[in-house]
Design a protein around this ligand. Structure first.
Ligand code: NDP
Length: 508
């Protein structure tokens, strides 16, 4: 079934409503772009690029809303955010269909993961601030003096999202931001922008004051203008390492706070005693879920020489359960890639792996598409899940983030060697271990250089778990108690009660 949803044009959302771009000297004031259904390559919605004056208006609307919102007691802010959680959950399927249309993810995924995990995080931070999560600390310095430290919101913050988890990213950023008392101007990726207005309207319906959450649209130039704006206090960015470097660099020049959630090339280490069936399940989740378009993908799968043949055999058997097809069919668990540009990038990597790296292709390939696709999907950006084996660390497909359903199997002979090779990358987003001896799993996981690690599972990222990359994969964390700290600054106050002001200028 091809989704037939009629979507009105999208315009910059600020001061509580979508507003046409005001004319300005910016050349982009009247430009538009389209959201494309990746399964059919057909346009589904027109989005109007925010002009510079519209971005200014969105920031000034946030600035006006900030004093009142930041001084609203946390428990009252939490009530509004809880209402938004209820609305999101009650409209889950409606929004999931929009996400399926925009991203190409199967409905079986968007309806059970994308909104659910976003709403969970909103609920978590609402609960956290309502129950003392923003409390500071106080201590008696001496009999006559106290110090108290309070957590203060930052002001107007920018959220910039990648295209792969649109509503989830928007919620993972806006939830702690708003709960802490900040206002936000959010820019979704131009590739998957549809969720943003939906979320802005949900917040408004929940009672969020106008101007606290605003949306601007456009490509990198819009993001760049937003993040450099002098009224932006913090930038929370999710995207590629190369873009993150630029954004963090310009933010540092202005002394803005940053959170950077960037790319990865994460290792899965299968231990010699692992249950191969389970290790294959984990490796498949780490490579083919969301068609491999997950930042924490475990694309380098280290398998002991002793298990390699069995691992490959089980994998070829289980890969038959990757089911591409009608995205609304709940049995479909594999969608197309998100865009034509991304399709070209991923297939180019697969071609490189075959013809230049000369890795052994176990299944899939750059010219392979899932078979039996319905005729109306034949123009979509589909690739088959692809596995290369007998890979070596110097291959380009092993070193660079592909961000598609491409698994590389790397055989190893000793565990020390596997750990050293797993860590031999400038990235450090995620890592995982599969094995029966839990003590050994802990020993290995302890040595892996990554901010998010799993033992005998892959991919779950609950609201309570603080996640963020090491090395070039990011700065700071999202979620968990520590996730709230990223949206506040401390103010320390020393109160002297001794009755005299300590001074060196007393009369001699
Ligand atoms: P990009 O870096 O291309 O884009 C991310 C966002 O930044 C987009 O909204 C983009 O706009 C915007 N942007 C581009 N240039 C600039 C600039 N100069 N200043 C400010 N903003 C800019 O990433 P992708 O969208 O391709 O996302 C995929 C990447 O995201 C992968 O590397 C993946 O690993 C990573 N990711 C990391 C996650 C994590 O938690 N660590 C989670 C999810 C994804 P536009 O695209 O509209 O042009």
């Amino acid at each position: 079934m091809v989704l037939n949803i009629s979507l009105p044009d999208r315009h910059t959302f600020y001061a509580g409503r979508a507003q046409k771009s005001s004319s300005s000297s910016s050349s982009s004031s009247s430009t538009t772009f389209q959201s494309i259904d990746p399964s059919t390559a057909k346009p589904v919605c027109t989005i109007h690029t925010s002009s510079q004056s519209s971005i200014d208006s969105a920031i000034s609307s946030a600035k006006s809303a900030f004093p009142s919102w930041s001084s609203t007691p946390p428990i009252e802010r939490a009530r509004i955010l809880h209402k938004a959680v209820q609305i999101l959950r009650s409209r889950n399927d409606e929004l999931a269909k929009i996400e399926t249309l925009d991203t190409g993810k199967p409905f079986s995924e968007t309806s059970t993961v994308d909104i659910v995990t976003g709403a969970d995080v909103l609920e978590y931070f609402a609960n956290l601030v309502a129950s003392g999560g923003l409390n500071g600390e106080s201590f008696r310095l001496r009999d006559s003096a106290w110090v108290y430290t309070s957590k203060e919101p930052l002001g107007v913050c920018a959220g910039i999202g990648a295209w792969n988890y649109p509503i989830q990213i928007a919620l993972w950023k806006s939830a702690p931001c708003l709960a802490a008392g900040n206002a936000m101007v959010y820019k979704p990726s131009e590739v998957t922008p549809l969720h943003a207005q939906f979320l802005a309207e949900v917040y408004k319906e929940a009672g969020l004051p106008d101007g606290v959450f605003n949306v601007v649209y456009g490509a990198g130039d819009v993001g760049s203008y937003l993040t450099k704006h002098p009224d932006i206090a913090k930038v929370s960015f999710t995207g590629q390492v190369s873009t993150g470097r630029k954004v963090a660099g310009s933010a540092a020049g202005e002394m803005k706070y940053v959170t950077m959630e960037l790319g990865g090339k994460s290792p899965v280490v299968v231990l010699p005693d692992a249950d191969v069936d389970q290790a294959v399940d984990g490796a498949m989740m780490a490579n083919f879920f969301s068609t491999g378009q997950v930042c924490t993908n475990g694309t380098r799968v280290f398998v002991p020489d002793t298990l390699k043949a069995q691992f490959e055999r089980v994998l070829l058997q289980k890969i038959k359960e990757v089911r591409a097809g009608d995205l609304m069919d709940m049995d479909t668990n594999f969608g197309p890639l998100v865009s034509d540009a991304h399709y070209k990038k991923v297939t180019q990597y697969i071609r490189h792996g075959t013809t230049v790296d000369r890795a052994r292709l176990l299944c899939g390939g750059f010219d392979q598409r899932p078979t039996n696709l319905p005729s109306q999907l034949k123009n979509g950006y589909w690739v088959s899940p692809t596995v290369f084996t007998d890979c070596s660390d110097d291959m380009r497909i092993v070193k660079e983030e592909i961000f598609g359903p491409v698994m590389c199997i790397l055989p190893y002979s000793s565990l020390e060697e596997a750990v050293a090779r797993a860590n031999d990358t400038e990235l450090g987003l995620a890592a995982g271990v599969f094995g029966k001896d839990i003590n050994q799993c802990h020993r290995v996981v302890k040595q892996l250089q990554a901010g998010i690690t799993w033992v005998n599972t892959w991919g779950e990222s609950p609201a309570e778990m603080a996640v963020g990359g090491w090395k070039q994969s990011g700065v700071g964390v999202e979620n968990g108690r520590r996730g709230l700290e990223a949206w506040v600054r401390n103010k320390s106050t020393l109160v002297e009660m001794g009755g005299t002001v300590p001074t060196v200028f007393a009369k001699l």
